[in-house]
Design a protein around this ligand. Structure first.
Ligand code: SAH
Length: 247
């Protein structure tokens, strides 16, 4: 007897942004595994469904737990926020498969895409990701800060729009300020900067400013920061990046 494991994302917050494929996987699951607040976004479907809530920091442990449940024949759904493949649980599941029980490689493992924060944030303000862009997580839990700085510099020099995930947390209050300092040495001071908090929810807020004026204290763990390219511009209350050099 072999079960299955589906990794899903809840989207940025509001129920309509969870995909029907994700809802179908959730409805079939015998076991839900995930960070408590993400599990709380899932409407109760079946009374016999088990929920295994865990702390945010123990991703690899959570992935191993989910894999052993699937190996024992359960229909497991691992729940992430946003898209499960963007700085989230899908990669943790494959890290656990790579380093874990060889039998896990034969399991039925599937990933359902979700709406990632960057897309919900962009939609709140217009079309800032209309040209080439990249995404960088500012969290140095799993990589060196020097690596993050090297990527920020390269992205700025290549004139990408930059979406910054994990811009701040209580454990790392100074890094966004350092990132802005670095970007100011390469990008113009008038470059649009957006702080989009709780994108894709009823509480969404937007602060639109410039790189010269951007204040790192305005970001928290629920904020996605977008730093424009040289072509990113404001038009009325919108911000967009043209698809080519000139609109
Ligand atoms: N897998 C998630 C990202 C996990 S990293 C996704 O695809 O969206 C966590 C970071 O995502 C947060 O620190 C924040 O920068 C961003 N984030 C998640 N949800 C958000 C939301 N609703 N609004 C703005 N940023 C969000």
């Amino acid at each position: 007897m072999s079960g299955s494991l589906v990794v899903v994302g809840t989207g940025p917050g509001k129920a309509e942004l969870m995909t029907p494929a994700t809802l179908a996987a959730l409805a079939k699951a015998t076991d839900l595994v995930g960070y408590g607040p993400y599990l709380d976004r899932i409407p109760a479907t079946r009374p016999e469904q088990r929920r295994h809530a865990s702390d945010n920091r123990v991703e690899l442990e959570r992935a191993r737990h989910a894999l052993s449940l699937a190996a024992a024949g359960r229909e497991v759904v691992v729940v992430s926020g946003g898209d499960p493949g963007v700085f989230a649980m899908a990669a943790a599941v494959f890290e656990a498969v790579e380093t874990g029980d060889p039998a896990w490689r034969a399991l039925d493992i599937r990933v359902e895409p979700g709406v990632t924060a960057m897309l919900a944030a962009a939609a709140e303000v217009g079309a800032p990701l209309g040209g080439d862009f990249c995404a960088i997580s500012l969290s140095d839990n799993l990589k060196a800060w020097a690596t993050i700085e090297r990527r920020l510099r390269a992205a700025a020099e290549a004139d990408f729009v930059i979406a910054l995930y994990n811009p701040a947390s209580k454990a790392r209050p100074h890094q966004l300020a350092q990132a802005f300092e670095l970007l100011r040495t390469i990008k113009a001071g008038y470059t649009p900067v957006l702080f989009v908090r709780a994108a894709g929810t009823a509480e969404a807020t937007v602060i639109a400013t410039t790189l010269a004026a951007a204040d790192a204290a305005q970001a928290d763990m629920r904020t996605l920061v977008i730093v424009g390219a040289s072509t990113t511009r404001r038009i009325g209350r919108w911000v967009y990046t043209p698809r080519g050099a000139t609109p």
